[in-house]
Write a protein that binds this ligand. Structure first.
Ligand code: FAD
Length: 402
């Protein structure tokens, strides 16, 4: 009987990690605090962080490394975005291509990716235990305590190897801090975000059409705040307004918000429509943006943090999930390199040296890259809302293309 791996968190990173461990021969169980997002009755109560997101070569390579067929099938649902389309307040839009050789990022449906990964786990007979929230971890006795919402009681679970993929407010990380000397850095940026929807247009025969070029990531940069929009397969766009909390707090009533939006985003107001804009503004949550760095990511041969649990970054570089998926690929390579064998039963109290070495190398080799990408994400925050509008930036882009 192979050893038991427990994955905490059934988000995209936890699901991909569970699939990779299952492929490597571990007995895997996944736990998540939330209900099953695939069930229709749960869809309305589960708030997603963003409807769609951009996946790049980094994330695609990771999906491919675990299941090539899935990666290819999934990419069929994606919309390639070849550049940014800059929308000034007045004047013409400007296309800025990402790559002269045609490389692009892809707009994908976040829920679809997560649901597809959950379905793969189910198909591979990996149990997914929903409504179980991690409360406590006793790493030295390899025991996790979850609160089961369905049974309304605590449940203790034994494991041989634990993956903490429980997102930016990770409970696994909090527990890990009690046993390792973890360096930890957290910052909330002054901006919040709210999602707005740009509906599909109507073609000559009444068919749905895109109201903006679907092969661009649209940006309305306004220096201290900005609006962006990514295309969806149903010809709508999901648009996100990023602004400082203080800016949002200035709006005393609906009229003031609409008037502000009209002043700064007149073309976007035409696309969204006043009624829909007000509806989304009043009903959609305004959410905070957090930046987290940690080190180390692991403890002995026992537990490792992956995805946002290890490195939450602001979304302006579009790399948070891409990096989380890459974590899984890198871990998988290191488990193979150090010949970690799930069949190798390690007596209680002893350490699997191979696994311990693999996790140590993960922390040592991955830290610099993850720190760098968190910093790049923060830097791109300034670039997207401000620098793209400056003459110097345009000149640099032109020279890059020569
Ligand atoms: P999550 O998706 O947060 O999943 C964590 C899971 O753990 C959840 O299912 C949760 O229920 C569960 N959980 C939490 N606590 C517990 C507990 N105590 N017990 C049990 N289960 C628990 N990234 C990109 O690559 N490209 C983009 O374009 C992009 N756009 C973004 C836009 C916005 C507005 C934001 C906010 C983020 C964006 N990101 C993007 C980042 C991306 O959303 C995250 O990096 C990604 O969701 C992280 O995945 P994860 O699986 O690590 O964590």
């Amino acid at each position: 009987m192979p050893r038991t791996a427990v994955v905490v968190g059934a988000g995209p990173v936890g699901c991909l990690a569970a699939l990779a461990l299952r492929n490597a021969g571990w007995t895997v169980t996944v736990y998540d605090a939330r209900p099953d997002m695939r069930l229709p009755e749960n869809k309305s109560q589960l708030s997603q962080r963003s409807i769609n997101l951009a996946i790049s070569a980094r994330g695609i390579t990771a999906l491919h490394s675990v299941n090539p067929k899935f990666a290819e099938r999934f990419l069929d649902t994606a919309i390639p975005m070849r550049g940014r389309m800059i929308h000034p307040v007045h004047g013409r839009e400007e296309s800025q291509l990402y790559d002269l050789n045609g490389q692009c990022i892809n707009s994908i449906d976040r829920a679809l990716l997560n649901e597809d990964l959950l379905n793969q786990l189910t198909a591979a007979s990996v149990p997914i235990v929903f409504r179980h929230k991690l409360l406590h971890a006793d790493f030295d006795h390899k025991t996790l305590t979850f609160y089961s919402e369905s049974d309304q009681k605590d449940v203790r679970v034994r494991y041989d190897f634990c993956i903490g993929a429980d997102g930016c407010y990770s409970a696994v990380r909090r527990q890990l801090m009690r046993v390792v000397r973890m360096n930890y850095q957290q910052e909330y940026i002054p901006h919040e975000y709210i999602e707005l929807r740009i509906p599909a247009g109507k073609g000559p025969s009444g068919e749905d059409t895109f109201r903006l070029d679907p092969n661009h990531l649209h940006i309305w940069p306004r220096h201290s705040f900005m609006l962006i929009a990514l295309p969806n397969k149903d010809k709508t766009f999901t648009s996100t307004l990023f602004a400082p909390t203080a800016e949002f707090e200035r709006f005393r009533d609906d009229k003031m918000f609409i008037s502000w939006f009209r002043t700064h985003f007149p073309d976007a107001l035409d696309l969204v429509g006043e009624d829909r804009l007000l509806h989304d503004y009043k009903h959609n949550p305004r959410s905070a943006l957090i930046h987290i760095k940690t080190r180390p990511y692991h403890y002995k041969d026992n537990v490792i943090l992956l995805g946002d649990a290890a490195h939450a970054m602001v979304p302006f570089y579009g790399q948070g999930l891409n990096c989380g998926l890459e974590d899984v690929r890198v871990l998988h390579v290191l488990l193979e390199k150090h010949r970690v064998d799930p069949e190798n039963m390690v007596p209680d109290g002893q350490v699997d040296d191979n696994l311990s070495r693999a996790l140590q190398e993960y922390t040592d080799s991955r830290h610099e890259d993850l720190d760098a990408i968190c910093d790049l994400a923060m830097a791109n925050y300034e670039e997207m809302r401000h620098a793209v509008t400056t003459p110097m930036y345009r000149l640099r882009k032109t020279l890059d293309g020569l």
